[in-house]
Design a protein around this ligand. Structure first.
Ligand code: GRG
Length: 300
């Protein structure tokens, strides 16, 4: 008699992935006692400050969906998290969003000073490429493809472009297409690159890579719409970062442009489009599907 299959438990899966990713990050990053100690302490301060590890989870889940090995996906999961953490450290600087609180702690520049926070961000970005450069590549995806994926997602056409448009849009009445432009670049690009890198590490087929791209794009957009909603509905304690910041900075957000209820509907529609992209994986994308559901319902 065949045993009944247990329902997928995302909380247990996420806990295991986070433990594995954190241990790998600890191995990749220079130790806090390595000279010059201040920079390594500053890098580790933000990396191990308790982020949700959603991007590494997406790398690992996409690899699983394509039948890959965790050992191949793990360095790319760490590379993506280093790049993401760099963007947060720099975004919090007084010359950018000027934030005092992130991941439930004082921001990097509040603890180490502005100059050291700039350097910690720079070092984390560089570290991201150093980690990714160590992968050997796969039959369909060369080592160069992996580096290009990371560079494009973090470069002046994506992550930085989103940040530029965000900074320049402050206090202005942006249209929905202009807001979508920012969200695609500032947020969706790195989430999309995360699932694509997971797929690449599993030597996925071109059709699987296309499906992952559609999934990542829509999950990434939904993620930012939810982030906009949480900024006005949650407390600073719950978010681990200053709540209400978008309103104070007069930023264009979905709730500001279309209201809370319509924003929730848009996030749900985007998540449905993400689910639809998983059909070709025929039941092997349990973790990706559960992550998309979790991201839609998250409260921080
Ligand atoms: C290159 C300086 C620079 C910025 C790029 C990523 C970014 C633009 C700015 C960071 C702030 C921000 C609101 C980004 C949008 C993406 C987003 C919601 C990031 C927060 O991601 P979470 O919630 O954070 O996954 P944790 O701390 O859980 O990892």
């Amino acid at each position: 008699m065949s045993r009944p299959t247990r329902p997928f438990d995302l909380a247990i899966w996420l806990q295991a992935q986070t433990r594995t990713v954190d241990a790998a990050l600890d191995r990749f990053l220079p130790k806090a006692r390595t000279r010059p100690t201040t920079i390594h302490q500053a890098m580790r301060y933000s990396v191990f400050a308790g982020g949700k590890r959603m991007r590494p989870a997406l790398v690992m889940a996409a690899s699983e969906a394509c039948g890959g090995l965790a050992v191949d996906a793990l360095p790319l999961a760490c590379a993506v998290e280093c790049l993401h953490t760099y963007s947060l450290v720099h975004d919090d600087l007084p010359s950018m969003d000027n934030d005092d609180f992130r991941r439930g702690r004082p921001t990097n520049h509040k603890v180490f000073g502005d100059g050291m926070a700039v350097l910690a961000g720079d070092a984390l970005l560089t570290q991201s490429f150093e980690i990714a450069a160590q992968c050997q590549g796969w039959p369909r995806y060369s080592h160069q493809d992996v580096i290009l994926e990371l560079a494009r997602a973090g470069g002046s056409l994506q992550l930085i472009a989103g940040q530029v448009a965000d900074l320049e849009g402050e206090g202005k009445d942006l249209t929905l297409p202009q807001l979508r432009f920012i969200h695609e670049r500032k947020t969706s690009a790195l989430l999309c690159a995360s699932v694509r890198l997971g797929g690449m590490s599993a030597n996925c087929t071109p059709a699987q890579l296309r499906a992952l791209t559609t999934f990542g794009y829509h999950v990434g957009l939904a993620f930012q719409v939810i982030d906009d909603i949480l900024d006005v509905t949650q407390t600073t304690e719950k978010l681990g970062k200053t709540a209400g910041k978008d309103v104070t900075a007069k930023k264009a957000t979905y709730p500001r442009l279309v209201g809370l209820e319509k924003s929730r509907k848009i996030a749900t529609q985007l998540t449905r489009k993400a689910y639809a992209a998983l059909v070709p994986f025929r039941g092997r994308a349990q973790s990706l599907e559960a992550l998309a559901r979790f991201l839609l319902g998250r409260d921080h």
